[in-house]
Design a protein around this ligand. Structure first.
Ligand code: HGA
Length: 610
């Protein structure tokens, strides 16, 4: 969350910074700002409440010319969204700073700095850092040393970029707990929270590691690690085509990303499956050793990734016979937990920078486990670097804040992992072959569901004027229902709750009436007959049902039940396929309601703060 971008070049950097902010806007969009050092060695700053477009208009009216600059798009944690709280923050009129993260001891530092005579103009934790660096600058007279000294006083998480008008030819950046990447150019260099921001200017990146501090100049980037030792960070090339961050013919990124699923699910399978088996080595050269004696799987994730983990638990226990626990990272990290012997610690995160998930992993590392496996979409991210085994999803950049293709590719990767683990635990080769064949069919089946888009759009009209809804599923479809409810909440702002269908009579049935649409996913499995009884319970109370059902499941449209027939799929792969109609439903409801589909209110992607 919060997007940082910075540039030092021969040319004016304002355009580069603005384009970078537009591309980072998915990380936060309550306010935006920019500061450059101009030809007279003065800091020029613009900040606006609202989206990057507002900043862009302000800059059109009053250009910020300069060859060194930093910019920020904010998702507020300390202090309301306002122009005064927008970054860059300044100390005096010479030093400017942008920050992603949270400074936990900011209150104490604020008091100390006030006593030193610094005046605060915002409510943010970030402004404390600006004054702290300026205080050190006055003492040491060198920006790099001042930043280095100041960060020893900070507790919490930060990625920082700092400029000073007395040193107009470089910026100093550092990271601890929040992501930061250096974009390497020719005679110019850049920094950003995410490589996507810099794709128009470079495809070569160095990922800073925790504790790194870097001096960024036109011709040179020098990096020191936490101990102050000079280090080289490997330059990697961005793998996806630069056009993957354009909306193309689609009205929203979310719709484009829903439609990309057949391709990216296939890409996630590629190189990891033969026609009838899993290629275990594709999970890493050590995979066979590390998976051999796994006696317990602990899955940690947040949000949509947590739902992927919930689905995986059904698979892991059913196919591998290994006990599996799933927990949201923000809970796990703050409770006393017991790590069982021979635990595989499995973290799922689209960005690989989710603060709570990383913190849980680091804690668990101290307690000890057999191995850490990451399911992640961003190569080079902190999660990937800190895990023993990695399965990269091949979703490509996901820009819509509500996750879609990241979820279905996570499920694909998790199912492949489950089969590898199951093989070590006696899964019959015929069963493995049956499931691998079913996985190969998924991209085509997702395409078949996408062909129902028009009908689902029609169905979505019934939700437009509703304030509440229920989502039901049983077995591995329960987490699919949870994910469906989350999508509807996120982008249409309709209150949506998910329940295992068998729980209805234990409470939520009391809510059911004609104003409460009930959405149900009903593949043809052992539980379908039980599910049908649950649907009758809803009908008997006047509830209106919207059922996505296997055409063989015997659920028919009649009064009070709208059935959308889904092609028959294997029971194990059904969660991947049944997710897609629920994504389309939420999308169309949101479009009808006129909400901001790609950037829903109060949210942001890549949750790099606690
Ligand atoms: N704490 C800072 C930065 C917030 C942030 O990184 N959000 O993701 C602020 O509130 O401005």
């Amino acid at each position: 969350m919060c997007g940082i971008v910075g540039a030092v070049s021969e040319r004016d950097v304002q355009g580069i910074l603005l384009e970078g902010l537009r591309r980072l806007e998915y990380r936060g969009y309550d306010s935006a700002g920019m500061a450059v050092i101009d030809g007279d060695h003065q800091v020029q700053r613009a900040r606006e409440l609202g989206k990057v477009a507002a900043l862009s208009d302000a800059i059109d009216a009053n250009p910020l010319d300069g060859q060194l600059g930093i910019a920020h798009t904010r998702w507020a944690t300390h202090g309301e969204p306002s122009q005064l709280n927008a970054h860059p923050h300044m100390s005096g009129d010479r030093l400017a700073i942008v920050h992603n993260g949270i400074i936990e001891n900011y209150q104490d530092l604020r008091e100390e700095l006030k006593a030193d005579g610094f005046t605060f103009t915002s409510q943010t934790d970030t402004e404390v850092v600006a004054h702290l660096i300026e205080k050190n600058y006055r003492a040491v007279g060198d920006l790099y040393d001042a930043v280095k000294a100041a960060i020893t006083r900070l507790r919490g998480a930060y990625a920082l970029a700092v400029i000073h008008a007395d040193e107009p030819d470089h910026m100093v950046v550092c990271r601890e707990g929040s992501p930061l990447v250096v974009g390497v150019g020719i005679g110019e260099n850049f920094i950003a929270s995410d490589q996507l921001a810099l794709l128009p200017v470079t495809d070569r990146f160095m990922f800073l590691e925790e504790g790194d501090i870097a001096d960024i100049r036109k011709e040179k980037v020098s990096i020191h690690d936490r101990e102050g030792t000079p280090v080289e960070r490997k330059i990697t090339r961005f793998e996806h085509g630069a056009d993957s961050v354009d909306k193309g013919e689609y009205r929203h990124f979310m719709l484009k990303e829903i439609y990309e699923q057949p391709r990216v699910v296939k890409a996630t399978m590629e190189g990891r499956l033969t026609d009838s088996s899993v290629l275990e080595q594709a999970l890493g050269t050590d995979a066979a050793d590390l998976l051999e004696n796994v006696r317990h799987v602990q899955i940690i994730a947040c949000g949509t990734s947590y739902h992927a983990g919930m689905v995986a638990r059904y698979w892991i226990e059913e196919l591998a016979g290994v006990p599996c626990s799933v927990e949201v990272a923000s809970e796990y990290r703050y409770r006393k937990h017991v790590i069982q012997p021979d635990t595989l610690f499995l973290c799922i995160s689209q960005s690989g920078e989710t603060a709570d998930t990383l913190a849980a992993l680091r804690q668990a590392k101290e307690a000890g486990f057999r191995a850490a496996l990451a399911i992640c979409n961003v190569p080079g991210s902190s999660l990937v670097r800190e895990s023993d085994l990695v399965i990269m999803t091949q979703a490509g950049p996901e820009i819509g804040v509500a996750s879609t293709k990241a979820f279905t590719t996570q499920l694909t990767a998790l199912l492949i992992f489950t089969l590898a683990l199951a093989r070590h635990n006696g899964l019959a080769p015929e069963k493995e072959a049956e499931i691998v064949k079913a996985i190969h069919l998924v991209p085509g089946q997702v395409n078949d569901v996408l062909a129902l888009d028009g009908e689902i759009e029609e169905l979505s009209k019934a939700f437009m004027d509703k304030n509440h809804s229920l989502f039901l599923g049983r077995g591995s479809q329960f987490p699919v229902a949870m994910e469906g409810a989350l999508k509807l909440k996120e982008i249409s702002y309709i209150h949506a709750e998910a329940y295992p269908a068998g729980e209805l009579k234990h409470g939520p049935l009391a809510l059911v009436d004609s104003e409460m649409p009930v959405v149900t996913v009903a593949p043809n499995n052992d539980l379908v007959e039980k599910l049908k009884s649950n649907l009758e319970e809803v009908r008997a109370r006047g509830g209106e049902l919207f059922v996505f059902a296997d055409k063989e499941a015997g659920v028919k449209s009649e009064e009070g039940i709208h059935v959308m027939q889904i092609p028959s799929v294997h029971e194990i792969t059904a969660p991947i396929v049944y997710t897609v109609p629920l994504q389309l439903l939420s999308y169309h409801v949101a479009v009808l309601k006129g909400t901001d589909v790609d950037q829903p209110r109060n949210l942001a992607k890549s949750v790099t703060v606690e």
